[in-house]
Design a protein around this ligand. Sequence first.
Ligand code: ATP
Ligand SMILES: Cc1cn([C@H]2C[C@H](O)[C@@H](COP(=O)(O)O)O2)c(=O)[nH]c1=O
Length: 219
Amino acid sequence: MTKKKFKGILITLEGPEGAGKTTILEKILPELQKNGVENGVEILTTREPGGIRIAESIREIILAPENTAIDGKTELLLFAAARRQHLNEKVRPALAAGKVVIIDRFIDSSVAYQGYGRGIDVLDVEMINTFATDGLLPDLTLYLDVAAEIGLARVMAGEREINRLDLEAQEMHEKVRKGYKTIACANPERIVPIDASKDVEAVAQDTLDAIHNKFPEIF
Ligand SMILES: Nc1ncnc2c1ncn2[C@@H]1O[C@H](COP(=O)(O)OP(=O)(O)OP(=O)(O)O)[C@@H](O)[C@H]1O
Ligand SMILES: Cc1cn([C@H]2C[C@H](O)[C@@H](COP(=O)(O)O)O2)c(=O)[nH]c1=O
């Protein structure tokens, strides 16, 4: 039987610290892969900053708790550099091969954290990102929304290493969340907000539903 060919699709996961992106992606991936196999579509999951050797090295520099000398603009440029290299080496080739690429964080993280969180002009953040990505936008963004204090409490109680961004003042994390809400409101055709304060099962189901609604022919 000839399998139907789909053009590549880019899906991104966004949210403040501890929103549950990693947990939810792990939980829904088997279901997505099952549907993908049935429809002849391969799924690639990756993350930012990172996903390839060079970008993982940049990630270490950005997130090391001792690197307090990094200022907001340097941080923005480092994220953008990691993003470009990751796109060139991994994401664009996969999209060109017709895969569904799911990235844990992408451009909206820069707008939310460096723009709304750090206070860098959002237009500058968008301009740097357009330069870094040559204007590539996700087909769908799932925004896992949770209050900063709940997300941070989850991270502190969990097992992952605490990084330099986690250690920022709660005020900054609250600005990041507000920023995400603003970005989601401004881009309703691309971004689906999901209530990530629910339990893992419910958030996973809402996330699967959002993907199914957008791409019913695959998922
Ligand atoms: N819906 C949920 N309810 C309660 N706890 C959750 C939920 N989702 C995730 N967690 C827990 O919260 C912690 C952070 O989850 P996870 O690492 O998946 O979040 P994340 O969005 O990837 O975080 P970050 O981007 O900050 O690394 C983990 O310990 C996880 O088990
Ligand atoms: C891509 C991107 C990320 N960040 C921040 C968000 C998080 O605090 C860390 C990444 O850690 P995670 O555990 O993988 O979520 O980096 C950012 O500030 N700007 C960005 O563009």
